[in-house]
Design a protein around this ligand. Structure first.
Ligand code: ZN
Length: 393
């Protein structure tokens, strides 16, 4: 009996130690392994490229940094985005997107909505509040709270963009030399609505201004590009799209099925965003929707954000990414191309956000004009953000 008691004590101590070890080390370990920057010699930037880069207003449509527990007010030793690195990279506006569900066996071809959700153990291991464990709405709300906390801890470095005035303030303060980044909240897939329009208003109140319809699986709004049905918008999806348009929110069709993109284009009269993608003419994969559909997005006055990772660019070096950007401007026009890094979105890249001058330099090498570079690096993003935020009631 005494032995049994002792053995139980040892086992439970080991279990607690194991759990504590898991909670302390696992999230960091997971992030370290998911958001890798390939080891590389420093990118040497010419004076001309650096001077141009320093004069740009840079915007990025997509980073999933809020999913992780890293302190974004400090320069991280892993991951790809935090405030010091955004400032070093001269980024003016960063869209922070909330990932809330991600099916096990993640792939670009077909995922089941019912597959085990990898985000559930991650939020538990990161000790997020229990309300986030089983609710996608709460996961999104919590990520918005994280950005608000970050703003409170570093108000000189981050301003959350909720209104057109917020956006203009960030641009004005930066023009005056302040090192401040504007952060705009987005949801990666509208499953945090949990099928209830009232939740759109809750998310909007929490600061969300960009709504992507799908992520890796079919949801209540319609088919995913990587789901099973390839379906178009459902009735609920149509209601949400109409409400997004009416409320001056930004609509993102990244990860949506081709049919969803077509349905959206048929029903709206606003600039549409495809936040993070590559170009099929450069990298012929299913993740990159056909160029003809992207041209329809361009025709709305919208933009396509080019990502930096291997699976969509087929060459993730700065020169490879620049080639995708150049090809996109040739296929879609110089007003329709933006940046959509997918940093901290479980992708490996050849550079982090502090090293964006390498992209500017490679675009110059490809003989893109300085005006054209200004547009893709940020002015096109600003145009669309302004157009939408100005419409807010
Ligand atoms: Zn994504």
């Amino acid at each position: 009996m005494k032995f049994l008691k002792k053995a139980l004590k040892v086992v439970s101590t080991l279990a607690i130690a194991g759990l504590v070890g898991f909670l302390v080390f696992a999230p960091g370990y997971v992030e370290r392994s998911r958001n890798q920057v390939a080891e590389h010699a420093p990118y040497l930037i010419s004076d001309r490229a650096q001077a141009l880069h320093d004069s740009l207003v840079i915007g990025d449509w997509h980073a999933d940094s809020l999913l992780w527990n890293r302190d974004l007010s400090e320069r991280g030793v892993y991951g790809q985005v935090d405030l010091p690195r955004l400032i070093e990279g001269n980024v003016a506006v960063q869209v922070f997107t909330a990932v809330t569900k991600s099916p096990a066996g993640l792939n670009y071809d077909g995922n089941d909505a019912e597959a085990f959700d990898n985000i559930t153990p991650l939020v538990m291991a990161q000790l997020w509040p229990m309300r986030t464990w089983w609710s996608l709405t709460e996961r999104a709300l919590y990520q918005a709270e994280k950005l608000v906390d970050l703003q409170m801890s570093a108000p000189e470095s981050l301003k959350i963009i909720r209104t057109i005035d917020d956006l203009e303030e960030v641009i004005t303060r930066r023009a005056a030399g302040e090192k401040i980044v504007g952060g705009l909240l987005g949801i990666e897939g509208a499953h945090p609505l949990e099928g209830d329009m009232a939740n759109l208003l809750r998310l909007e109140s929490a600061g969300y201004r960009l709504v992507a319809l799908q992520h890796f699986f079919d949801n209540e709004l319609g088919g995913s590009l990587h789901g099973r049905s390839n379906a178009g918008l459902t009735d609920f999806g149509r209601e949400v799209v109409a409400e997004v348009e009416r409320r001056g929110l930004i609509l993102d069709v990244a990860h949506a099925s081709e049919q969803v993109v077509e349905d959206v284009l048929d029903m709206v009269d606003m600039p549409i965003v495809l936040s993070h993608t590559g170009l099929r003419s450069v990298c012929d994969v299913k993740r990159n929707i056909p160029v003809a559909l992207m041209q329809r997005i361009a025709a709305t006055g919208g933009v396509v954000g080019i990502g930096y990772w291997q699976e969509v660019t087929c060459d993730d070096s700065p020169s490879g990414v620049a080639r995708s950007i150049l090809a996109a401007t040739e296929a879609l026009g110089g007003d329709a191309v933006s940046l959509g890094s997918d940093f901290d979105g479980s992708v490996a890249t050849a550079f982090d956000t502090s090293e964006l001058a390498a992209i500017t330099q490679e675009l110059l090498k490809l003989e893109m004009s300085e005006d054209a570079i200004r547009k893709v690096m940020g002015e096109n993003l600003l145009r669309v953000m302004r157009a939408r935020l100005e419409m807010r009631p």
